[in-house]
Design a protein around this ligand. Sequence first.
Ligand code: IVH
Length: 678
Amino acid sequence: MSASGPPAQATKRAAELRTEIGDHDRAYYVDDDPRIGDDAYDALLDELRTLEAEHPELLTADSPTQRVAGGTRPSDRFVQVRHLEPMLSLGNARGADEFRAWEQRLHNRLRSLDIAPGELRFVSEPKIDGIAISLLYENGEFVRGATRGDGTIGEDVTHNLRTIEAIPPAIDDPPTKIEVRGEIYFPRGAFAELNEQRASEGLSTFANPRNATAGTIRQLDPEITASRPLSIWCYGTGAREGIEFATHSEELEWLRSHGFKVQGDVGEHETADEIVERCQWWEQRRESLDFEIDGCVVKVDQRGLWRELGVTGREPRWAVAWKFPPITATTRLNKVVWNVGRTGRLLPFAMLEPVHVGGVTVSTATLHNEEDLARKDAREGDEVVVTRAGDVIPQVIAPLIQRREGRRLRRAKPPKKCPACGTETIKPEDSVWTICPNRRGCPGQNFQLVKHFRGAMDIEGLGEKNAMRFLDQGLIGDPASIYDLSAERVAELDGFGETSANALIVEIERSKRSPFGRVLYALGLPGIGYVNANAIAEHFGSMDALLAADADAITEVEGIGPILAEQLREELADEAVLELIDRLRERGLRFELSAAERRAESGPLEGKTFVLTGTLPELSRDEATRMIRRAGGKVTGSVSKNTDYLVAGDSPGTKLAKAEEVGTEILDEDGLRAVLAG
Ligand code: IVH
């Protein structure tokens, strides 16, 4: 540091960083619309912290580095609640060396406290990347649930938490009072479907499952939360009355035996080596899990030592978060390039300055769709945040607008001609999409459709590479022509012999027996993911019934809103789609439920339509739905004059009012059981 103060460049950069961090805080906490991932945010905060350490004169009282760790004031949209015991944060260890240093400090501390370290034991758990939550149970009843907020005061989101099946509404053999702590998360598979559906309805997509969880748990309308399959992993307790735990493993066991979801792979360790191995094991498994983790939490097992070791700031000395390397990075967006999707939409993707993300070099990333691109406003020449996770295609999350530094960058526009077939593109008046109208003749659209179809039908031996080769060589033209392939033609290709060609044809033939729901999904209709396709198949029973249905009737299907229903209607009126259906039908694919599937539908409640709302005392929504279906009834998403029964639990939401308005019979859980019993 010089006597004349910090260099102008450092002063300027610190100010920029504060503005940028402030903007991200607002986007995250106030608008519920985060623009960058946690790792990228942490990187900005780290840069500022380093600058302030090098030039202490730059430090201001209102700098974001001076805030209580993690979190900010809760918004006033929710009632604020004070946690009975504060929700702490965790110190970080990035990798084995930092972890060993933490463990060493722990030993030193125990020594200075005159505690014999001999018996020290540790517990390791995955660090779930979701939203921290505290659930208060009084005399066994779930009475209140709140977000972490600033650790002391959180937001009351009980109405939403009651819709989560994995949270027990009541517990047996309860203590007088207990705060159960855990992390709410959005299962990855369901997250991908949610985004797909939102994109096809013209809604903004969520950047990652964590943001989707935050957006869902902070909904004012519990019906929205109920429609999304949030879950929870519980990892501890806060305040307690009438129960004590000697060790953390005992605490986890208590949670498990009282109906809370607790990770099964919790490790118990005695040495740092074991822990290092375990954390590396988690890191390797990271991408195969159905929930996102960003590290591993290591805790001292003996709770007696927690008190002795104490807390610094908000971080306990008895636990540490081993953080995995970031899966986001910042790089330059060199060019926006356009592809044509399977339904003719032009889809942008980014050509990037190659960058290392999560152990892989990334040079292209998806920008999702035209609307998302416009909303994010990423421009050629921008510095952008890129993320990648698992086998998901890398994606551009957001541009760092401050880094434009006055440069004028142009917005990327979709091309005037289809990049695959050269047909002039159009943007229908009421649409947010530019499309290639050459639905039948465009090789680009066909390529994407075949790629989706083969993935959906999961035909062994017809991997993506082979399918593309068949397409390139003219052996197939559209998904239906896969069923015209002959073993002789395939056997002529490099890499195939008679046996492998025959085996492939057998597999292709076998795929004709795929259930109607899967075939419907394989058609690749926008917004119709696997879950939606199966719900539609089950609801209508056959393609002919679906083709005869109007948009209103389609909204009766669980999970299908009016926009998606209208879009599906339009798709099913498109000649190219109808022709594909006919061609597949001619080749023997299933366009109706099988006899076995139908049998499951006939029963005492045949023809009766149910709607579920709120939380039932004992049955989860899924259980109730299955029981109704098994008895032959139908479960739909919204109340109409065709609904026979509304099954209403706690916090029922708007469906109850609607049912009262149209005179639908209302049942509670006992009423449902009585109807089921006939
Ligand atoms: S223990 C003092 N265990 O990580 C210890 N936290 O940075 C309190 N988290 O807000 C937390 N998985 O929500 C613990 N297995 C786990 C966790 C976990 C995720 C979150 C937690 C907290 C944050 C701390």
